[in-house]
Structures are given as C-alpha cells and as structure tokens.
Design a protein around this ligand. Structure first.
Ligand code: BTN
Length: 274
C-alpha cells in the first residue's frame, strides 16, 4: 500500500520464459520461441527467419519494439514490459488468394482469448480488436508468395494488456484501451500468451481443414459493424454502404447506396452516421 492507502501497481517485470511455454500442448504450431528484450519489430525478424527456413509456428516475441509497425504504415506503440508483441511464422496450405483469411482467423483467436478476460470484445474488419469502440489489439499480416503458392505468412500481433491510459501518448489515448484499464487489474502476460497461442493453434487447424467457412460464424459473432452505415477506404477508392457481413472467403460484404452487394478485399472501415 502507498501512503495514500491505494494499492500500487505491481512493478513491471520481464516475461518468465518458462511460464510462456509451461503446459503448451500444440497440435499444429511448432511453438519454438525466439525471445528478445528489445527489437526493431518482431515482424521484421520473423520475415528474416522465415526466409532462412523457420518452421510453421515458430514465434518471435519481444518485451519492447523500437519500430513497432501497424497497418497502412502506422506506428504501433510498444513500451517495455506492459503488453504482448509477437509474430508467428506460418506456412499455411492455402492458395495465395486466401492469404487474407489468416488475418480473419487470427482475429477470431484473439477475440475469443480476450473474451476470457472482459466483456464486449468486437472485431472491426479486418484486423482490429475493440472494446467499447477502443482498440485493444491489432494484427499485421505480411505474406510472401508466388503465383501458385503461399511461401510463408508472418502474423504480427500486438495486445495492450497492462498499458495504462496515463502512460499512453496523447495521439492514441482517446482511441486505445488495455485489459488492465478495462478490468482494473493487471493481467498475467504469460497467461494471456498461452491462451492466445492455444487459440491460434486451434483456429489455424480449423482454417486449414474446413476453410474460413468453418470460422465465419464465430467471426460474425464478434462483428461490431453489422447493419451499420460504413465508409470503406482503400488506396484508390472510397465506398459508402451498409456492412452486411463477410463472405466465406473473408471479403467484407457491403450493400451500397444503390442496393448492390460489393465485396471488399482490403481497406479501412469507418462507421458513419446514417
Ligand atoms: C494494426 O492494428 O495496425 C496492426 C498492429 C500490429 C502490431 C504488432 S506488434 C507485433 C508485431 N510487430 C510489429 O511491428 N507489428 C506487429
């Protein structure tokens, strides 16, 4: 207790590596860990390891990133000891055209894991995990493929666990949240990691065996924009319509203002007023 009588936050400490892998029983992912106290970006290193032949399911994890990356060239705030920053190297038996399904599969695994800690977990297509409209976690998927074959996919995941609003830079404080902010308690990073990796192992197996159709109902259960008027912005166009759901291949379905169904494969989705 502090002099004011308020209980203090436990001191931030490094991940306990034995606890990260304690009891991990994986069917599909190799689970081998590459741990770093600090790194530029776990995705950058994971790509390098994949090029050097790393196996399906090897994981790069770091306490902090100096160049944590988000989608669309954004930066991912990666302070030490508070959160999880990891990249999983995957070698999926999927056609290159289906690579975006890896992001959707990971969103299901992440949403289901976070739902074990807090209520109201929502997926914002394609890669954001939100609670109360604020970002809890993000996914950055980078694939390498040729015309016929997906060589590897790096699945980068950042989750705000013990990141307090007071410690966030102004530019994200209004848009971000963390499990500690939502629950009022600090969260074991090792426990969240183990649950997430088990969920990924399960969902990855389901995707390969049954295609995205197998995961789509669980994705839809967390889809926060269903029925909402949205604007989808991709590199070269902007479409307004009503978010209807997702297709079995993971494309976002929008009913445009003329009532025609549009399939959106990439972009940012924003809710707009009706
Ligand atoms: C986004 O929401 O824009 C995606 C954020 C992804 C952040 C993670 S943190 C681990 C991995 N390494 C990175 O540099 N980025 C991803």
């Amino acid at each position: 207790m502090s002099a004011s009588g308020r209980s203090e936050e436990p001191a931030a400490s490094a991940l306990r590596l034995d606890e990260l892998s304690h009891g991990l029983a994986l069917k599909r992912l190799a689970g081998r860990l590459h741990y770093f106290a600090e790194i530029d970006s776990t995705n950058i290193l994971a790509r390098r390891l994949a090029e050097q032949g790393a196996r399906d399911g090897e994981i790069v994890i770091a306490e902090a990133q100096s160049q944590g990356r988000g989608r669309m060239g954004r930066r991912w705030q990666s302070p030490p000891f508070a959160n999880l920053y990891l990249s999983v190297i995957l070698r999926p038996r999927l056609l290159p055209a289906n690579a975006p399904q890896i992001t959707l599969m990971a969103a299901v695994a992440l949403a289901e894991t976070a739902a074990g800690f807090t209520r109201g977990v929502a997926i914002k297509w394609p890669n954001d995990i939100l609670v109360g409209g604020k970002k809890l976690a993000g996914i950055l998927t980078e694939a390498s493929c040729n015309a016929e074959r997906l060589d590897y996919v790096v699945l980068g995941i950042g989750v705000n666990l013990n990141y307090r609003l007071a410690a966030m830079p102004d530019e994200i404080r209004l848009r971000a949240t963390s499990l500690a902010e939502l629950t009022g308690k600090s969260v074991s990073r090792e426990d969240f990691f183990r649950r997430l990796i088990h969920a990924l192992d399960r969902c990855y197996g389901e995707l390969e065996e049954g295609g995205f159709a197998r995961l789509a109902p669980r994705w839809a259960a967390h889809f926060e924009l269903r029925g909402r008027r949205v604007r989808v912005e991709s590199l070269d166009q902007s479409t307004i319509g009503t978010a209807v759901g997702i297709d079995d291949d993971g494309a976002l379905l929008i009913e445009d203002l003329q009532g025609a169904r549009q399939r959106v494969l990439a972009g940012d989705v924003l809710a707009v007023e009706n």
